[in-house]
Design a protein. Structure first.
Ligand code: AMP
Ligand code: MG
Length: 390
C-alpha cells in the first residue's frame, strides 16, 4: 500500500500533456490554451471617450465653448479642436485631434451651438491608446483554461482559431453483473449504474465531454476486448478489489499495461489502480459511488490536469468545522465529502458523515473534501480541498 502523496507523484511522472490543435472559438469554452494569446494591436487602438458628452481641449478651463461637430462610435473625426471649441462625443468614439478631456453631458448646459461648463472633476473620461494592452503583449499564457472571461479576450483580439490542448479521449467501462441502466427498474439483486453518469458529469465539469461509456458484465475476456482502443484514458469502474469477480487489474495486465499502484492509503478508495501502456493511462476505480467521487478528485483529476497542461488543483484551506465539531487524527488518510458555506462572513466546512461508501445520497451538496490524516489538528479545524478551485 502506498500513500496518496506517493500515488500522486507516480501519476505526475507517468502522464504528459497532450499536443495542441487548432479549434474554433465557439467550441473553445472550458478548454486549455496550447499557445499563448498575444495582443494583435494596441488596445484601445486610439484615444476613446468613456462617456457621452462633449470633448474639449486638454488645457481648457470651465467656460463657454462653441460646438463645431460630433463624433459617434465607429466614426473617424474629420475636424480638429481649436481653443474655445467643443465637439459632441459618444461612449467609445475616437477623441479628435486637439481634444484632451470629455465632459459628461449631465455637467453641460447647451443653448444652440454653444455649451457652458461650470466645473469639471479630475477625470478626463478618456481611455488612452495602448493603456490596456500593447501590440504583442501576452494576454493569456499557455495552460490557461478558457472560461467566459478568457473567451471574451480571445474574441476581442480576433483569436478565432486558438491552439488548444487536444481533449483527452476517455473510454469508460462500468463493470458489474448487477448493473442496469438508470432508465431501468432493477430487480432485487440489481442496482442502477450510477457511476457512468457520475463520471460523465465530473468530466464535463472539467470541460471534457469526450467520453464513451459502456456497461460490461463481470467477464475478463469481454472487459479486455472492450478496453482495447485508441483512447488516452481508460476508466474501469468496479472490479478493483480482490474478490472473485474483480477483474480490473487482471484485464489491464492482459492488455500489456504496467501497473504502478493498486492499493492506496486512502478512505474511501483504497483499491485504486493506476496503470500505463505507452502514452495511454488507465485507472480501475472501486465501484462504490462515494469512492468514485473521492478517487476522481484526489487522483484521477490530477491525470486530467497533467494531460491538459493545467496546474495541480491541490491547495488546502484550513477551515473551521461548522458547529465546532472536532476530528480525530487518523493514519488512514480520509476524505469526507463536505459542504463549504459562508457563515458570519467566514468560510466554514460541514463534513457529511457517510455510513458506507455506497451511500450516494450523502454526496448531495458536496463542494469540498475535508482531509483527515495522522497530522490533523484536534482544534475544530480541518484541511479543506475546494472542488471548484479559486
Ligand atoms: P466493486 O468495486 O466492483 O467490488 O464494487 C463495489 C460496490 O460498488 C458494489 O456494491 C457494487 O455493486 C457497487 N458498484 C459497482 N459499480 C457501480 C456502478 N456503476 N454504479 C453504482 N454502484 C456500483
Ligand atoms: Mg463489481
Amino acid at each position: 500500500m502506498i500513500s496518496l502523496e506517493d500515488a500522486r507523484k507516480l501519476i505526475c511522472s507517468h502522464v504528459a500533456p497532450l499536443p495542441g490543435e487548432l479549434a474554433n472559438l465557439a467550441q473553445a469554452g472550458g478548454r486549455v490554451l496550447a499557445a499563448a494569446i498575444l495582443s494583435d494591436g494596441a488596445y484601445p487602438s486610439g484615444d476613446r471617450s468613456t462617456m457621452d458628452g462633449y470633448v474639449i481641449g486638454g488645457n481648457e478651463l470651465p467656460g463657454k465653448f462653441s460646438v463645431i461637430g460630433e463624433v459617434a462610435a465607429g466614426a473617424t473625426p474629420d475636424k480638429s479642436l481649436e481653443k474655445g471649441q467643443a465637439m459632441r462625443i459618444f461612449t467609445g468614439a475616437l477623441i479628435p485631434k486637439g481634444g484632451g478631456r470629455v465632459i459628461m453631458q449631465e455637467d453641460v448646459e447647451r443653448a444652440g451651438d454653444e455649451i457652458s461648463i461650470s466645473s469639471f472633476s479630475g477625470n478626463r473620461f478618456i481611455r488612452t491608446k495602448g493603456s490596456e494592452a500593447q501590440t504583442g503583449e501576452i494576454l493569456l499564457p499557455v495552460g490557461t483554461r478558457l472560461g467566459a472571461a478568457e473567451i471574451a479576450i480571445l474574441a476581442q483580439v480576433g483569436a478565432v482559431r486558438p491552439s488548444l490542448i487536444r481533449q483527452p479521449r476517455v473510454r469508460h467501462l462500468a463493470t458489474g453483473d448487477e448493473l442496469v441502466a438508470p432508465t431501468q427498474t432493477p430487480t432485487l439483486g440489481q442496482i442502477r449504474d450510477t457511476n457512468s453518469s457520475l463520471l460523465a458529469a465530473l468530466l464535463s465539469e472539467m470541460g471534457n465531454p469526450n467520453l464513451e461509456s459502456t456497461r460490461v458484465a463481470d467477464d475478463p475476456a469481454t472487459l479486455a476486448s472492450l478496453a482495447e482502443g485508441d483512447w488516452d484514458v481508460l476508466l474501469i469502474s468496479g472490479g478493483a478489489s480482490v474478490g472473485d469477480y474483480d477483474f480490473g487489474a487482471e484485464s489491464l495486465r492482459r492488455l500489456g499495461f504496467e501497473i504502478h499502484f493498486s492499493k492506496v492509503n486512502l478512505r474511501p478508495g483504497k483499491p485504486l489502480t493506476f496503470a500505463t501502456r505507452g502514452h495511454q493511462i488507465a485507472f480501475v476505480i472501486p465501484g462504490n459511488p462515494v469512492s468514485h467521487f473521492v478517487c476522481f478528485h484526489v487522483a484521477i483529476r490530477l491525470a486530467f490536469e497533467r494531460l491538459c497542461g493545467l496546474p495541480e488543483a491541490w491547495d488546502f484551506l484550513t477551515l473551521e468545522i461548522a458547529g465546532g465539531e472536532e476530528v480525530k487524527p487518523d493514519p488512514r488518510e480520509t476524505f469526507w465529502p463536505s459542504r463549504v458555506t459562508i457563515q458570519n462572513g467566514k468560510l466554514v466546512i460541514s463534513p457529511k458523515r457517510w455510513s458506507t461508501s455506497g451511500d450516494t445520497f450523502s454526496l448531495a451538496g458536496t463542494n469540498a473534501l475535508a482531509r483527515v490524516n495522522a497530522e490533523s489538528p484536534s482544534n475544530g479545524s480541518v484541511q479543506s480541498l475546494l472542488l471548484h478551485p479559486l
